[in-house]
Design a binder for this molecule. Structure first.
Ligand code: HEC
Length: 138
């Protein structure tokens, strides 16, 4: 009987430890994401949440895949996961917030004849989309 009780106690303790570890990992991941969003917002001066909505609204996802973003399953342009840590934009520009905004607003001017069309993206919209894209580090 005592043996069985010890077994049960051990299982309960093991369960509590597993729960604590899972909670710690989940909290950590959440903090990391929040941190990334704050850094992306600071670097670009934009709002990543609004940027995600604008990304969907302008139909960027019809050409670009982005994980966990609704309708972003296109395969005409490169996937934009990891764009935050890429060195170059479209093989033309250094990857800075100002250059990314310029690219989003005016790709045909920067790279005449590129398959990415000018979509008449407004200045604030481009800034917010830039903030959103800078949350995509992997
Ligand atoms: C009709 C398809 C199409 C649409 C719509 C489109 N793009 Fe693109 N995009 C492309 C293609 C093709 C490239 C590659 C261009 C090149 O390298 O010359 C590209 C390149 C890019 C790049 C550079 C990626 C890299 O790794 O160098 C970014 C960032 C980008 N697009 C963002 C956007 C955003 C934001 C929108 C919406 C406002 C958008 N695109 C809409 C086709 C599209």
């Amino acid at each position: 009987m005592a043996f069985l009780q010890n077994r049960i106690a051990a299982s309960v303790i093991a369960g509590i430890i597993v729960l604590a570890v899972v909670t710690a990992i989940a909290t950590d991941t959440f903090d990391e994401r929040k941190d990334l969003r704050m850094r992306a917002a600071a670097a670009s001066g934009g709002d990543p949440s609004r940027g995600e909505a604008m990304f969907i609204q302008y139909g960027c996802g019809s050409c670009h895949g982005v994980k966990h973003v609704r309708k972003a399953v296109g395969a005409v342009g490169p996937p934009l996961d990891g764009v935050a840590v890429r060195a170059m934009i479209a093989g033309r520009l250094d990857n800075t917030p100002a250059n990314l905004q310029a690219w989003i607003r005016d790709p045909q001017h920067i790279s005449p004849g590129t398959a990415m069309p000018d979509l008449d993206v407004g200045e604030q919209d481009a800034r917010d989309i830039t903030a959103f894209l800078y949350t995509r580090a992997e």
